[in-house]
Structure formats: structure tokens, C-alpha cells
Design a protein around this ligand. Structure first.
Ligand SMILES: [Zn+2]
Length: 93
């Protein structure tokens, strides 16, 4: 069985350790208390899950905006290419 470990850090001492995805999901839903390897109490709150969801949504929206802006930029570059020869022609005259 392959377990995917997610890196988490202690709220108190900041030590990094790994927990598997399913455990994080379950403990977030139940807001279960657990301890870091140094014994500090920690818990995942649903608030952070909500915040994560919000940030993921924001991230998606920003990616879509970036994509739209990139397409617009590409169109402007094309337009510029079309106009370039004319400017060159004017310079020569
Ligand atoms: Zn700790």
C-alpha cells in the first residue's frame, strides 16, 4: 500500500512531520486533537479547510484571468505584427 504523506508543521514549535492524506482529512472533519513529536497539542480546524477551499477557488479564478490576459496579449502581439510593416514603410519614406 502506498501512503501519501503530507508535510505538516506544529503550531507551537514548528517541527515538520508527515501525516497521511486520509488522516488529515478525517482529523480536519472531526477537529481531533493530536500531538506533534515534541508533545505540543495541535488540531486541524474546519476553518482552515474552508480557507483552503476559498484560496483554491481564488487560485482557479486567477488562473482563468491570467489565461484570458495571455490570450489578449497574444492577440495584441498579432495586431502589432500586422502594423509593423506599415510603420517600417513610413520610416523609409
Ligand atoms: Zn510542537
Amino acid at each position: 500500500m502506498i501512503v501519501k504523506l503530507i508535510e505538516v508543521s506544529c503550531y507551537d514549535c514548528g517541527i515538520h512531520f508527515g501525516l497521511d492524506e486520509d488522516i488529515i482529512d478525517r482529523w480536519t472533519k472531526s477537529e481531533k486533537h493530536f500531538h506533534c513529536p515534541n508533545g505540543h497539542p495541535n488540531k486541524f480546524t474546519n476553518k482552515s479547510a474552508d480557507k483552503l477551499q476559498l484560496l483554491e477557488k481564488e487560485n482557479k479564478e486567477l488562473k482563468e484571468k491570467l489565461e484570458a490576459a495571455s490570450k489578449e496579449l497574444e492577440a495584441l502581439h498579432l495586431e502589432l505584427e500586422i502594423w509593423k510593416p506599415n510603420t517600417q514603410l513610413n520610416k523609409d519614406n
